[in-house]
Design a protein around this ligand. Structure first.
Ligand code: FES
Length: 102
């Protein structure tokens, strides 16, 4: 699919995350100390929208049952049982525009 523009850097303040829809797929884009990262927005446990959870550093905590994922890698950080990692995506910034590579 290539590089998709998802917004401007000013759209996502540090420590915040948003959900964008790319070709019908919900993607979470987060700003961690002005480094941007992107993963699937849907929790691999039961499908909650992770962008409605909490972001602490690079750790996303799901608002439903508190699964934790690393926003930079998509890897599961903490949950009582093994669930799938999130798919993560490369993010680049050019002239204040944020691009997600899919
Ligand atoms: S839906 Fe995310 S932890 Fe259950």
């Amino acid at each position: 699919m290539g590089k998709i523009i998802v917004g401007k850097t000013t759209d996502i303040p540090p420590g915040k995350m948003i959900k964008v829809s790319i070709d019908g797929r919900d993607i979470l884009v987060a700003n961690i100390d002005n480094n941007f990262c992107a993963t699937d927005d849907s929790c691999t446990h039961s499908g909650s929208s992770l962008s409605e959870g909490k972001l602490d550093g690079c750790v996303i905590t799901c608002g439903w049952h508190a699964a934790q994922f690393d926003c930079k890698t998509g890897k599961l950080v903490k949950f009582p049982v093994k669930i799938r990692d999130l798919t993560s995506y490369n993010v680049t910034v050019e002239s204040e525009n944020i691009f997600v590579e899919m």
